[in-house]
Design a binder for this molecule. Structure first.
Ligand code: NAP
Length: 319
């Protein structure tokens, strides 16, 4: 049987506008939500590009079924769900969507920090349920401005979070594997020491095996009973059970979490813990930023298929 020749295999839908634009410009085999996707891959033996997302990922198995694959264009900045080793073995280049989402993710980190410290989520409920009238004055909360802000992962998003900290007159320090001489902030090479020093610890490093549970019981306890932990990175970075125990025992002051271990499962315990402010993994989820991310995926596909080069390749940074 003769198959049409496809340029692109699309594993994830990135919204109707993106899907239509991609299908207008290229010969696309769309495979999202298709229970027989693996069978259809045989029809894409000439496809040079896979479009996917950090949520959908890309397995070694799929890569091995696409003999002409040369580039992967992924939506999102994390790439822990892509089998990067399998792409490197075949010199397949990979792009993600960095920078366009930094400011929105940083805004959300700050929303969670402010919520956890000033308890705006609880105050909202207090007013709406009439407790302001029946009980009276709302309990005191924690000052934010002028405090010590620790950032785990001073990358693109970490820098945007730090910049906002300056607006709150904060002293900012950070932990990376390597010091960044291009920043005005103080480097702290030991994460536990950063947590001991900080009033607020914001996590903005990548997920994956290298950072699994690096925010462990010792780091959480170092942050202390008045400390607040904010995570906009990945749930896997935090030892969730240790965090919950510390919150219950009053050894950690509060937490603001956009990401959880085993999303979207939420431990039942969380529903009754006012010390935790939650958001459903929406760091980049504004109309404007999601549009910019989709456009960048489209630009990467177009650039690769017309010039052989990606706009925002990650490969060179992986070594
Ligand atoms: P980036 O620019 O690559 O920055 C990551 C930073 O983490 C780098 O400064 C890196 O410095 C540091 N780092 C890496 N491994 C580390 C380790 N083991 N210990 C300490 N620091 C480490 O990435 P980005 O664009 O800022 O994005 C960061 C992460 O945010 C993404 O990987 C993703 O997981 C998450 N994210 C979440 C959302 C959301 O919706 N909540 C949206 C976008 C991104 P060194 O290499 O020197 O260690």
């Amino acid at each position: 049987m003769n198959h049409p020749v496809y340029d692109v295999v699309q594993l994830a839908s990135l919204g109707k506008m993106f899907d239509d634009a991609l299908a207008t410009r290229f010969r696309v085999l769309p495979l999202w939500d298709d229970p027989h996707a693996m069978e259809h891959l045989a029809a894409a033996s000439a496809a040079k590009v896979v479009v996917t997302s950090v949520r959908r990922g890309l397995s070694r198995d799929i890569i091995s079924r696409l003999p002409a694959l040369r580039a992967v264009c992924s939506w999102g900045v994390g790439y822990e769900t892509l089998d990067v080793a399998a792409t490197q073995e075949r010199n397949i280049v990979v792009s993600n969507t960095p920078e366009v989402l930094d400011d929105c993710v940083a805004d959300l980190a700050w929303a969670l920090l402010l919520t956890a410290a000033r308890r705006t989520n609880i105050g909202d409920r207090y007013v709406k349920t009439g407790q302001w009238q029946t009980i009276g004055a709302f309990p005191l909360s924690t000052r934010v401005w002028g405090k010590r802000l620790g950032i785990l992962g001073m990358g693109r998003i970490g820098m945007a979070i730090a910049q906002r900290g300056k607006g709150f007159n904060m002293d900012v320090r950070y932990n990376n594997r390597r010091e960044r001489p291009d920043t005005p902030y103080t480097f702290e090479p030991v994460l536990q020491k950063l947590a001991e020093w900080a009033d607020f610890l914001v996590i903005a490093c990548p997920g994956g095996p290298q950072t699994h549970h690096i925010v462990n019981a010792a780091v959480i306890r170092a942050l202390g009973p008045k400390g607040i932990l904010v995570n906009i990175a990945r749930g896997s970075v935090v030892e969730q059970e240790a965090m919950v125990s510390a919150l219950q025992e009053g050894l950690l002051g509060g937490a603001g979490l956009d990401v959880l271990e085993n999303e979207p499962t939420v431990p039942a315990l969380f529903m009754h813990m006012d010390q935790i402010a939650l958001m459903p993994h929406v760091g980049s989820a504004t109309h404007e930023t999601r549009q910019d991310m989709s456009q960048l995926v489209l630009d990467n596909v177009e650039s690769f298929l017309t010039t052989g080069r990606l706009r925002t390749p990650i490969n060179e940074r992986l070594a």
